[in-house]
Design a protein around this ligand. Structure first.
Ligand code: ADP
Ligand code: MG
Length: 248
């Protein structure tokens, strides 16, 4: 049974996809067979790894999931691509638990043979995010170091708590990650202090700095560790990867 981590925050632009792609790449480099599932209809994780969204969403079509999984340029990193097809997005958004259960069954069957599975969620707390939460053991929530960082989090945390109480309560709070950290800004330190004060130990010690390499890498279809191996962004995601592995 792989370790399944979903990367969620209802806000857009906080670094979910960047974290999903780069943490997945670092885990693969660390020797873990890793699957990245793109559940966001915007398919940024798919294009960020240089792949095309597919015509039919693998979770909606009847195909066995392992037939839909693609290899990537990074050894040990595999991708379940997303789809922008409106009908499939609608079907997923109306999910009554079927797709979440299908995903979970697939992951639990062990057929996949992955050590770690990361799920990149859309920026909402709609059904898709709930589907991802029900299929996961841990949720990793990126928080951007900006003024409204904590706004709306109560709602997100409430949804997470409800999923934790449902089913067999296998979902845990994996951790909170501070992203786009800029030490030259007073605001960054204020947000960091507030988040650490409020959430305590579940906040990762590693912070992800604002680094242009992280923004540029997806346009080359590569994770930052391939695009700019010596960048600060790479260093931060390697450090995060070690922390995630330690918390297992
Ligand atoms: P989300 O998936 O939460 O919507 P993204 O990961 O797509 O957020 O990030 C939003 C934007 O910020 C993207 O253009 C991305 O390239 C950029 N970005 C993310 N993390 C960083 C970073 N650490 N440094 C600089 N730019 C970043
Ligand atoms: Mg995204």
């Amino acid at each position: 049974m792989p370790r399944v981590i979903c990367i969620a925050n209802q806000k857009g632009g906080v670094g979910k996809t960047t974290t999903a792609v780069n943490l997945a790449a670092c885990l693969a480099k660390a020797g873990m067979q890793t699957l990245l599932i793109d559940l966001d209809p915007q398919c940024n994780a798919t294009s960020g790894l240089g792949k095309q969204p597919v015509g039919q969403h693998p979770l909606v079509g009847g195909v066995p999931l392992h037939h839909a999984v693609l290899e990537t340029e990074v050894a040990g990193l595999f991708l379940l691509p997303g789809s922008r097809r409106f009908r499939d997005v609608e079907a997923l958004a109306r999910d009554d638990g079927t797709y979440g259960a299908r995903l979970r069954d697939h992951l639990e069957s062990g057929a996949a043979g992955f050590d770690t599975v990361l799920i990149d969620c859309p920026p909402s707390i709609g059904r898709l995010t709930r589907t991802a939460l029900t299929a996961s053991q841990e949720v990793l929530m990126p928080i951007q170091c900006e003024y409204f960082a904590m706004e709306g989090l109560a709602q997100m945390i409430e949804v997470i708590r409800r999923v934790m109480e449902e089913r067999d309560r296998r979902l845990q709070f994996g951790g909170i990650l501070l992203t786009m950290h800029d030490p030259s800004l007073e605001l960054t330190w204020e947000v960091e202090a507030e988040v650490r004060d409020f959430f305590g130990e579940i906040v990762y010690a590693t912070v992800i700095p604002r680094d242009v390499a992280c923004g540029e890498a997806p346009s080359h279809g590569k994770p930052v560790i391939e695009y700019a191996p010596r960048s600060r962004g790479t260093r931060a995601y390697v450090e995060l990867c070690m922390e995630v592995l330690e918390r297992d």
